[in-house]
Design a protein around this ligand. Structure first.
Ligand code: CO
Length: 422
């Protein structure tokens, strides 16, 4: 992947410090490409054949689609997720201790907790403000080093290297300020949201942000390390492919980004919600299509669930399957799981391999070691709402769910090209 494209990907990451910012960033890029916003609260979705539209839910999930000129004969969906493991700030966040103010936080998703210690952190998310126009949502990103989660010195915990202390309530509350700044945290949030007082904030969804800037490295710039590559790398790659593709004759193409994958997808904006099928129903109603016509289009189509995959760790090669050994920059990873945590089967694998073959994109396989449980993703969960042939793919990365992850730059190019052709 060229430097220009990588710079654009880095900008996308930096524009997306929270799920709300990620969805806002995606929406902006869709608008620039001529997509029109639809509102779930509006009963009339005014759409025309050949048009391009998008809709958000909770401002943390987003579905965009292109209508074909004629009746859709086939449905092509790409799905990924906007969220990443992090820490959420509790209401009334300040805690006083030993002359300091700490913030009361709780974990969101299954992260590698030690990777959050001793590094500059900040806060991003949204607040709901009491204004003269009523309750208004505002995005917030405090663009400065604001917090740190300090380790306990080795002298006071001689087992720290063997048994790191990572109890979120007792060991990981981030340090904000000295005690004389009591009450100032929400004032900083209010100012960042353009409000004159913290009293105006009626609601908030605020998350810790790792301030680590994304960086490209390796002798030939072959690696990228950054927070939240899982799954913003697949979000970006599939979006760029989707936006770069010509209108597909007879196919209804959709790009879905769901929230809450890291906590099981069970929310109104997650993959287990009705968001996708609700959109499907409303498109059908607006275009005057029968249920059978849309059902047939779905059964004629394919869903690609794109969520990053594990590369074999060069220091822990025994943690991977003995035969399927994905590596960074080794191409699109097809993920298989007999217990159906991944959706890929013979049918969907064949389609992905044929498409990759026609583009000269290498394909790698991922399976768990047979004695390890492994992770899960959103494809099989989305299938419970909309049943259709689906393949789980991803890009191979290291340090999944660390606050800074590492992946291959060439793989991003593969995904963009794959998504465009799909
Ligand atoms: Co993921």
């Amino acid at each position: 992947m060229g430097r220009t494209e990588l710079t654009d990907f880095i900008r996308f990451l930096e524009d997306s410090p929270s799920v709300f910012h990620a969805v806002h960033t995606i929406a902006k890029r869709l608008e620039q490409a001529g997509f029109r916003r639809l509102d779930e609260k509006n009963p009339a979705w005014d759409m025309a054949p050949g048009g391009s539209y998008y809709v958000t839910r909770n401002d943390s999930a987003i579905i965009s689609f292109r209508l074909p000129e004629k009746k859709p004969e086939c449905l092509k969906i790409m799905a990924s997720h906007s969220d990443s493991p992090c820490f959420k700030i509790k209401p009334d966040p300040e805690l006083e201790s030993a002359g300091c103010i700490k913030l009361n936080i709780e974990p969101y998703g299954g992260m590698l907790k030690t990777t959050w210690f001793d590094r500059p952190l900040s806060v991003a998310g949204r607040v709901l403000a009491d204004t003269e126009e009523g309750i208004v949502q505002k995005l917030v990103s405090v663009d400065r080093d604001l917090l740190i989660i300090p380790s306990l010195a080795i002298h006071m915990d001689r087992e720290a290297n063997e048994k790191p202390m990572t109890n979120v309530q007792t060991d990981m509350q981030p340090l904000f300020a000295s005690a004389e700044h009591k009450g100032e945290f929400m004032q900083i949030i209010a100012r960042a949201a353009g409000l004159d007082s913290a009293d105006k904030i009626l609601g908030a969804d605020l998350f810790l942000v790792n301030r680590q800037k994304p960086y490209v490295w390796g002798p030939s710039d072959e690696y990228i390390s950054a927070p939240k590559l899982d799954d913003l790398m697949c979000v970006y790659g599939t979006l760029m492919g989707f936006l770069g593709a010509p209108a597909a004759d007879g196919a209804l193409t959709m790009h879905c980004v769901f929230d809450n994958e890291e906590v099981g997808s069970r929310s109104k904006q997650g993959a287990e919600s009705t968001f996708l099928t609700d959109c499907f129903t409303r498109i059908r109603e607006s275009l005057g299509l029968t249920f059978s016509e849309m059902h047939a289009a779905a059964q004629n189509g394919l869903m690609i669930s794109a969520d990053n995959a594990h590369a074999v760790h060069p220091s822990h090669t025994d943690k991977a399957d003995p035969v399927s050994r994905p590596r960074m920059n080794g191409g699109i990873v097809l993920k298989y799981h007999a217990g159906q945590l991944y959706t890929t089967d013979g049918v969907s694998a064949a389609y992905v391999k044929k498409l990759c073959g026609s583009l000269g994109i290498p394909v790698q396989n991922f399976v768990n070691r047979s004695d390890m449980r492994g992770g899960s993703t959103l494809g099989n969960i989305a299938n419970t709402q909309l049943s259709m042939n689906t393949a789980d793919i991803g890009l191979a990365q290291l340090a999944m769910h660390s606050s800074c992850e590492t992946a291959g730059t060439q793989d991003l190019d593969y995904l963009v090209r794959f998504a465009r052709e799909f």
